[in-house]
Design a binder for this molecule. Structure first.
Ligand code: NAD
Ligand code: DAU
Length: 370
């Protein structure tokens, strides 16, 4: 294993989103990091500064700095590098939801491709001649396409993105690699599987269906529910990133996964079983108020029209990070899901705040007829 890089000043992009905010919490609360963090986020519907309220109170303007900025704004991003002695960039900022990319790809092209391009240009110039710097790009297993019943994605698997979201992430991955080869920009990449945990926007499978079940609403499962994803608790993703930025080899890609393949139907059944254990249906006031006749949370499961181009199976081979960098996922699905469900049911104000406004309008416009 190579010597650990020294990291003092980190720029996090998209730090107000799900994984970015969990990562900033990880830095301040679960790691031995003693430096500063600058968080740049444009605050789309998915970005919520409330996720970092406690960090801002404790470390604001001392070790934690926040700036509302679009990564596509060259001048503003350049200003960040002039003001702060950034040595490490961790690039999370992106449009992240596949369904949204199907309804309207343009924001995905703008933020994920052009935004990454702008950021790379700023970084390349700001870091000209500098040593001991690193640009870490956060990407997804979806760039590899869809698997059949067997096999796993490896770092060498050919790219085959099939949704506007994954195509935009693939394009950004290629740009990052091109800057390494062409301009010698020190970079690492990670391609991770499906994350779950606190602060995930409730449009994604686990939080959406948890909240629907809790409220006695239908649980929409696309197609036959047999599509497979490989689930990873968000804190394990954070520890993997922390490991890579210290010990990863410049120019290398690392796959990150949870060794936790499940069909969507299995995931939803698990959500129902966990809810029943924590909050039995017969004591659930939301369901009582609906005068619903359901006997079991699972009775809410509703099969709906499939997602267009729905990838069938993802499975990650993460042997490289496991053997070369000694990283392992630590949280098993049952305990991660229980923590996640408890978090959502205790944070109703967070949910109401984040799904008000723009998101409600979007749902009205795009889902009313589904
Ligand atoms: P998210 O949608 O919860 O958060 C994205 C954040 O980026 C938001 O705070 C948003 O305001 C910000 N943002 C978007 N466009 C921006 C722009 N142009 N300028 C500045 N900020 C902008 O997403 P997430 O689930 O936290 O995903 C973070 C990253 O991880 C993404 O790059 C995503 O592709 C990748 N990823 C996600 C998963 C997953 O399961 N969620 C898995 C693998 C990889
Ligand atoms: O694999 C990594 C990717 O995981 C990330 O790159 C993305 O940013 C992240 O959003 C996630 O993408 P998915 O499309 O896999 O996540 P989502 O939660 O939207 O869906 C998970 C699975 O559940 C997928 O097969 C579609 C299905 N699904 C989803 C929703 C929202 C349903 O059956 N019903 C639903 O209502």
């Amino acid at each position: 294993m190579s010597k650990k890089r020294k990291i003092k000043h980190i720029l996090v992009t998209g730090g107000c989103g799900f994984i970015g905010s969990n990562f900033i919490h990880y830095l301040f609360e679960k790691s031995d990091f003693r430096g500063t963090v600058v968080n740049v986020d444009k605050l789309t519907y998915a970005g919520n500064p409330e996720n970092l309220h406690d960090i801002a109170l404790r470390y604001g303007n001392k070790r934690y700095f926040y700036k509302k900025t679009d990564i596509s704004d060259h001048t503003s991003m350049q200003g960040i590098f002039e003001k702060y002695p950034i040595d490490t960039v961790i690039h999370f900022a992106a449009e992240s939801h596949v369904d949204r990319s199907i309804f309207g790809p343009s924001d995905f092209i703008q933020s994920n491709i052009l935004g990454t391009f702008t950021l790379l240009e700023v970084v390349r110039k700001a870091w000209a001649g500098k040593k001991h710097v690193l640009f870490h790009h956060i990407s997804t297993d979806e760039v590899y396409g869809s698997l059949g019943d067997t096999g796993h994605f490896q770092e060498t698997t050919a790219y085959n993105p099939r949704s506007p979201y994954s195509a935009s992430k693939a394009a950004s991955d290629h740009l990052v690699k091109a800057y390494f080869h062409t301009y010698s920009l020190p970079i690492t990449l990670s391609n991770c599987s499906n994350n779950y945990g606190p602060c995930q926007f409730p449009e994604k499978l686990i939080p959406l269906l948890t909240l629907n079940a809790w409220k006695g609403k239908p649980l929409p499962i696309y197609g036959d529910g047999q599509n497979i994803r490989d689930w990873l608790y968000v804190e394990d993703h954070c520890s993997a990133i922390w490991t890579i930025i210290h010990q990863g080899q410049s120019g290398e890609t690392y796959n990150i996964g949870g060794d936790c393949e499940m069909t969507n139907l299995q995931v939803v059944e698990k959500i129902c079983e966990t809810l029943e254990t924590l909050y039995p249906l017969k004591t659930n006031l939301h369901v009582k108020l609906l005068k619903s006749k359901i006997q079991n949370y699972k009775d809410l499961i509703t099969f709906v029209a499939d997602r267009p181009g729905h990838d069938r199976r993802y499975a990650i081979d993460f042997k490289k990070i496991r053997t070369e960098l000694k990283w392992e996922p630590r949280v098993n699905f049952d305990s991660g899901l229980e923590k996640t469900i408890q978090w959502y049911l205790k944070n109703e104000e967070w949910i109401n705040n984040i799904i008000s406004g723009e998101y409600r309008n979007w749902i009205e416009k795009n889902y009313r007829t589904r």
